[in-house]
Design a protein around this ligand. Structure first.
Ligand code: NAI
Length: 414
């Protein structure tokens, strides 16, 4: 067991073991959590309350989570004098699965983003964001019930992963002269420079996760979303490597669109998954107009970032959009939204995105029964029109609840 500087281990929890990439979850796993900054402090307590109550209800004391608070962001700064202490990385590595609230990146901390740093350091390369409509949640769509897909976004590469140099720095100037003098480009000398690496390794492991997710969750279609018509050797290569990976590792389960039409007259045969690809711009239109055509969307980092928030809006907004960052076996579960500083400490925001991230975590632990109870209780609470302000203002006849009251209402409805 690693030694920790400030973290107190619970006395009777157990450690999740990993054998051949498979989790072996004990009856009382220790699960680290980072409450987070801003509204993280409002949404973490009701979320833990709902998860604990659902586990108790589903397993009658045979299973329970031993929560372990670990620190990042402002609270870590207070306790350790740094925003991302080594204790936190050690604890997540050791205990494999963790729950996280949003984190603000303090200016001048030396990190571009604490979230990106956590995902990259722990190599949590797949960001999984389900986009699913819960009946009763206000939506701008005519048929939000048709939206039910999962975005699997690459988390560690691409222009978004932060290899950038500011205009005028020696690094930017050196790169510009190298590119202009040796590669014949015409980059203006007053440019900032960002690098967009997309590797075969990174693309293949991401597409493998997406296909495996589809197989594990009964999804029948995986779409590679890319901008390969323009960025041929990064986004276009992502597409090619995705198809290559499917042919190398899943040829008995996955068929392409050509095969679907040439051999099966457009009807997907039982036991098979369709792998197709769509260009990023048209995907944004199709997720709005033909959402039933998507089940799992695998995509590089930046595309996935834009798509996640746009799709969250289709089913009720950031307050209800959960997510998970998954590596080979480690999982860090967190909502899509940030710290919403203007709402922090007011006990008013929606904890649903974090609760639903917790549901994903339960599913990952193999405790799906408890997750299912929470989904039903959420549906019931929304059906009763007992919701937080973000949904209440869009629903006629709603009772506006605080963050903690919403947690209690969901627990009652379990
Ligand atoms: P944000 O997601 O924090 O908030 C944008 C707006 O969305 C809020 O003003 C609020 O109206 C609404 N909103 C967000 N969460 C909500 C909830 N649970 N219930 C109801 N309404 C909610 O995005 P913003 O303002 O761009 O970022 C604020 C900070 O959060 C920044 O420091 C940013 O770096 C950080 N951030 C952290 C993330 C993470 O930890 N994974 C993700 C995104 C942003």
């Amino acid at each position: 067991m690693p030694t920790f500087v400030k973290i107190q281990l619970p006395s009777n929890g157990e450690t999740i073991a990993v054998h051949d990439g498979e989790l072996q979850v004990p009856a009382r796993p220790i699960i680290p959590f980072i409450a987070g900054d801003g509204i993280g402090r409002d949404i973490m307590p009701p979320t833990r309350q709902v998860l604990d109550a659902a586990i108790e209800k589903a397993y009658q004391g045979r299973r329970a989570i031993e929560w372990l608070e670990v620190y990042a962001g402002a609270k870590a700064q207070e306790l350790y004098g740094e925003v991302l202490p080594e204790d936190t990385f050690k604890a997540i590595r050791r205990f494999t699965v963790a729950l996280k609230g949003p984190l603000k990146t303090p200016i001048g901390s030396g990190f571009r983003s604490l979230n990106v740093a956590l995902r990259q350091t722990l190599d949590l390369y797949a960001c999984i964001r389900p986009v699913r409509y819960l009946p009763g949640v206000p939506s701008p769509l005519k048929h939000p019930e048709r939206v039910n897909f999962v975005i699997v976004r690459e988390n560690t590469e691409d222009v978004y992963a932060g290899i950038e140099w500011e205009r005028g720095t020696p690094e930017a100037q050196k790169l510009i002269s190298l590119l202009n003098n040796e590669f014949g480009t015409h980059i203006r000398s007053d440019s900032g420079i960002g690098i967009k690496p997309i590797s075969e390794t990174g693309s293949k492991r991401l597409v493998r996760k997406a296909i495996q997710y589809a197989l594990d969750h009964g999804r029948r279609r995986v779409t590679l979303m890319h901008k390969g018509n323009i960025m041929k050797y990064t986004e276009g290569a992502f597409r090619k490597w995705g198809y290559d990976l499917a042919a190398e590792e899943f040829s008995d389960r996955v068929i392409s669109e050509d095969t679907l039409w040439d051999q099966y007259d457009g009807k997907l045969p039982d036991g098979k998954i369709l792998l197709n690809d769509r260009i990023a711009d048209i995907t944004f239109q199709h997720v709005l107009l033909r959402p039933t055509e998507f089940e799992v969307i695998a995509t590089p980092n930046l595309n996935g970032d834009y798509l996640s928030d746009a799709c969250a809006a289709q089913v009720g907004g950031l307050g209800v959009a959960p997510g998970a960052n998954i590596g080979d076996s480690m999982g860090l579960f967190e909502p899509t939204h940030g710290t919403a500083p203007s709402h922090a400490g007011k006990n008013e925001v929606n904890p649903m995105a974090l609760i639903l991230s917790g549901v994903m975590m339960l599913d990952y632990l193999g405790w799906g029964e408890a997750g299912e109870l929470i989904q039903q209780a959420l549906a019931k609470t929304i059906g009763q029109k007992r919701v937080t302000y973000d949904l209440a203002r869009q629903m006629e006849g709603a009772t506006k609840l605080s963050t903690s009251e919403f947690g209690e209402a969901v627990s009652e409805n379990l």
